[in-house]
Each structure stands twice: as C-alpha cells, then as structure tokens.
Design a protein around this ligand. Sequence first.
Ligand SMILES: [Fe+2]
Ligand SMILES: [Fe+2]
Length: 297
Amino acid sequence: MGAGKYLSVFTPATEEQRKANFEDYWKFTQQHGGELFEDDKDLAKKRARLKYFQDNPVKLQKPLANPELFYRNYVEMQDDPKSLDRLTLMLTGMYKFARHEWVGIKGAWDSVPDMANSRTVEDKISRVHLAEEFCHVRLFDEMLKTCGLNKVEWVPLGPIKEKVYEQFPKFPSFLVDTPAFVTELMGVTFYCHLHALIEDVLADEPDVRDRLKELLDEITIDEVAHVGQRRNFIGSIGMKVSKVLVGPFYTMFFNDIPEVAELFDVKQMIKDGLAFDFNDLPEHMIERSWIPSYCIA
Ligand SMILES: [Fe+2]
Ligand SMILES: [Fe+2]
C-alpha cells in the first residue's frame, strides 16, 4: 500500500486531460482483455483465465450443509435472513448483487453501438466495458460452482425493472454518466468488503477461500479500471453531483438486498466510496488495472 501515491477519484480534471485519458484507457483495455468476441460477449484473455479456473477446480472440504437453503433464497429471500448461516447468506447476497449487474448490462448491450458501428473512442471503450461485465457474471457463476452450487440460474428482474435498465443507456449522457460512475464505484467498494468477508467466513476452508479471492480479484481489477474510466466521462459539475449521489445511491441499492444488512456495514461502504483514492488497493491489482493520470500524485 503506497499511502499518498494516488489522489481521490473525485479529483477535478480538464477537458484535455480527459480526452488524453480516453485514448490511454483505450490502449489499456485492448491489451487487458485481448480480442473481443462480440457474438459471445466475451474477451480472449478473460476466457482463458476462466478456463484455467474451470480446469483446476477446488471444492469445500465440508460441503454446504443445506444447499436447498441457498436455492430457496437466492433469487428472493424467503426465510428470515438471520436464520441462515453466514456462508449461505454471503453466497445468496453475492448472487443478488451480480444479478443486478447482469440485468443492467443485458439491457445496455443491445442499445449501444456494436464495435463495427462505434464511431468514437468512447463508444469502443463502452463496448469492451460491457463485454468485461459479462465476463464478471461468468466469474461469479464460477464462484458459486466452487461452493458446489451447480444449478444456479440467472433470472431476469420483473418486466418493469428490465425495461428501465434497457432504456437507461439511451438517456442523454449528462443523466447517464454520474449514476454510471457511482455504480462502478459502488461495485469496487462492495468487492473490497466482500473480499474481507470471504477471508472471515471461509477461514477454515483455505482452498476455496483463496480461489474465491482469486476469482473476485479478476473482477475487481476490471472494476477499478471502470471507476477511473467512468469518472473520465464527467466534468466538474457532474463530479459534484456524483459525490452527492454516493450516499443515497448506496443506501437505496443495498436496501434492496436483505443479506447486506446482516453481513456488511453500509455506512462504512459509503465512507469508503467517498474516500476512494486507489491507495488501499494491493500492488498486484494496481499493476493490472488502470488509473486516470490526474489521480496519480
Ligand atoms: Fe462488473
Ligand atoms: Fe464495471
């Protein structure tokens, strides 16, 4: 941890700086994910990484006592969350978070230009960004499989919520950019807290604990880059709006996931989101991720 090496993600940037950073990000993202397989919503390097995990599986020494408890509660919580064991609760909560991500990108994939029709560097970046998000859902799926949960389905939200997610990317950019940035920031905050929770809940299962952390790291490395990239879309007024949105946004989103209140400290997540400056991330993640030049001290 190089305290002070990086600056707040809310650090102001000029128009020219942001333009140069889009170019830089575009270079980064092409080597980071490798070839884009648009028909499969996939990327070469991510696919290879997932295959490595699938080919070298690990499993719980002590399997989940009651997988039915997971299957009964993962899409909608049916039981009192307080009655679930922490591992099951962590897994159902993780699924619910990832499901929101999946629904959001599914809607966006069809409404943003594909690579052949991308005219600007921002369009191209956004296309690869979405492909990465689909890879994250596969990585989450692999995390659940690692815990013996092979029957997980990715269930769409109700028709009204699905429609909202589909329409959202078509809104004018000044309305889309701030919530899109805050959503990415919320992702990184959540994954950092989830990382700590995995350590704790799986303390007696070192193989699965380490594997879940490796899978999660693959996601978090991308998300850290997304935070900088989405921040780069935003001018000075939008940055002030973003800061105001962090608290209400996190609160609203996490209130919807009953597991979160049992397992996480939402107030601390809000504080961490507002204070986010890249400095607490381990070096091995920073090395593979991307940070805007104006956030480097
Ligand atoms: Fe993601
Ligand atoms: Fe993301």
